[in-house]
Design a protein around this ligand. Structure first.
Ligand code: NDP
Ligand code: 2IT
Length: 449
């Protein structure tokens, strides 16, 4: 049996109850075959794949907090510190009722390779909780964040592990957590990124994931002799990534015609009104149905049933899934291909199932996975860490131009890696291979650890 298959079997046996983690590991290890096969005995002897699929440590803890009615609530907190071969652990905190150890492990595993692709010195980690921020008051959010950080603070630090935002964690939550960390540890340091601008945050971090997604997509489109201007785009989600992907797409002359949330989706053939979207989502924290109410050109559809492909049923040139994992399945991919989609780039982490990814690739759709396409967020977090270290803040233009260079560089790096291994156009393999090579070189140099 090949070394890759041996390790896949071990992981499936050991973590069989973590389907998202198995999915992420399968995608990465499958595409590493040509690299591993070049020197199988070396990798097997060093147990590289066993080591890279086993987190350095996984921390799980109780998060007790008191709600507005005086009742004690208990959530489960997680931090998975996956791999710090190339830098301190870095990755977001997800607050969503679906969070469990397997979800955090899949996200932490992806983060290792993503962070490597940014070219910046950051290792892979992820955390979060099954806490549901929906419908909670500001006071309840603060109580939860303080309790969560009371325990998490024991394991993190500016040179150790630097969490940030993800689903359900934005500037408000990062602020509450930063305040609690400072209070407990008595140090003012860049222990979190995505901070507010008055206390060490970086300009352009809020925009970075969505903008970065479009910088990479624009470069891919250009390298195919094409242009963004005039393209029609389907975006899913309506959170941080979706909002700023939409904003940048429209600045580049494309038209975004869809968005979604967990309760429904909208089709706005005139193109999304970004100012209205921000008002609904960032200021009022309301549902997307409120957008449709305020805009006559927009149709609102309730959450899709089994025969409805939602936003993926709309005829577009480019699809940008920006909500959550496994939100785009084989049927959705078929609907997009039938409608002539040319490019797909993932703003979310693993939004496309393995079968849907393969369908896109078989049908010559240019497909870039999240660990390359959404790396702009964490890259800008690493730029925030640099600014905190030198106690300076850079201008929006400085950060934005570094972000753009990083994303253009990532596109060429993954494109070149795919070509080097005879898989031209397979950006999924290119990203996994390029991300893996740097981490493994560092792991080998540092001995058995
Ligand atoms: P937000 O919380 O700001 O927004 C999440 C969006 O996705 C909301 O529209 C939400 O709808 C929808 N969504 C979340 N979970 C589900 C679900 N289970 N079913 C249907 N819809 C869902 O998160 P972000 O925009 O920050 O994150 C979106 C994706 O991008 C995630 O996969 C995240 O890991 C990834 N990402 C984020 C980065 C960042 O910097 N923020 C960086 C790189 C990747 P609703 O409001 O109804 O829940
Ligand atoms: O998935 C991701 O890359 C993020 N949620 C951002 C992580 C970070 O540290 O900025």
């Amino acid at each position: 049996m090949s070394y890759v298959d041996e390790v896949l079997e071990k992981v499936k046996k050991r973590d069989g109850d973590q389907p998202e983690f198995i999915q992420a590991v399968t995608e990465v290890l499958d595409s590493l075959r040509p690299v591993i096969e070049q020197d199988e005995e070396k990798y097997r002897k060093l147990a590289i794949l066993e080591r890279i699929t086993e987190p350095d440590r996984q921390i799980m803890f109780r998060v007790p907090w008191v709600d507005d009615n005086g009742n004690v609530q208990v959530n489960r907190g997680f931090r998975v510190q996956f791999n710090n071969a190339i830098g301190p652990y870095k990755g977001g905190l997800r607050l969503h009722p679906s969070v469990n150890l397997g979800i955090i492990k899949f996200l932490g595993f992806e983060q290792i390779f993503k962070n490597s692709l940014t070219t910046l010195p950051i290792g892979g980690g992820k955390g979060g909780s099954d806490f549901d921020p929906k419908g909670k008051s500001d006071n309840e959010i603060m109580k939860f964040c303080q309790s969560f950080m009371t325990e998490l603070s024991k394991y993190i630090g500016a040179d150790q592990d630097v969490p940030a935002g993800d689903i359900g964690t934005g500037a408000r939550e990062i602020g509450f957590m930063f305040g609690q960390y400072k209070r407990i540890k008595g140090v003012y340091e860049g222990v979190l990124t995505g901070k507010g601008l008055t206390y060490g945050g970086s300009l352009a971090r809020t925009e970075a994931t969505g903008y970065g997604l479009l910088y990479l997509t624009e470069e891919m489109v250009k390298c195919h002799g094409d242009k963004m201007e005039g393209k029609t785009i389907a975006v899913s989600g309506s959170g941080n990534v979706a909002i700023y992907a939409t904003e940048k797409a429209q600045q580049l002359g494309a038209k975004v015609v869809t968005l979604s949330d967990s309760t429904g989706w909208i089709y706005d053939p005139e193109g999304i009104d970004v100012a209205l979207l921000k008002e609904v989502k960032e200021v009022k924290r309301a549902r997307l149905s409120e957008y449709a109410k305020a805009r006559s050109s927009a149709e609102y559809h309730d959450k899709k049933n089994a025969d409805d492909h939602g936003v993926w049923n709309i005829k577009v040139d480019i699809a940008l899934p920006c909500a959550t994992q496994n939100e785009l399945n084989l049927d959705d991919a078929k609907a997009l291909v039938a409608n002539g989609v040319q490019y797909v780039a993932e703003g979310a982490n693993m939004p496309t199932t393995i079968e849907a990814t393969e369908y896109f690739q078989q049908n010559k759709v240019n497909f870039v996975g999240g660990k390359a396409a959404n790396a702009g967020g964490v890259a800008t977090s690493a730029l925030e860490m640099s600014q905190n270290s030198e106690r300076l803040s850079w201008t929006f233009e400085e950060v934005d131009s570094k972000l753009k260079n990083i994303m253009v560089g990532i596109y060429h790096n993954i494109d070149d890696a795919a070509k080097e291994y005879g898989m031209e156009g397979n950006y999924v393999a290119g990203a996994n291979i390029a991300g893996f090579k740097k981490v493994v070189e560092a792991m080998i140099a540092q001995g058995v650890c």
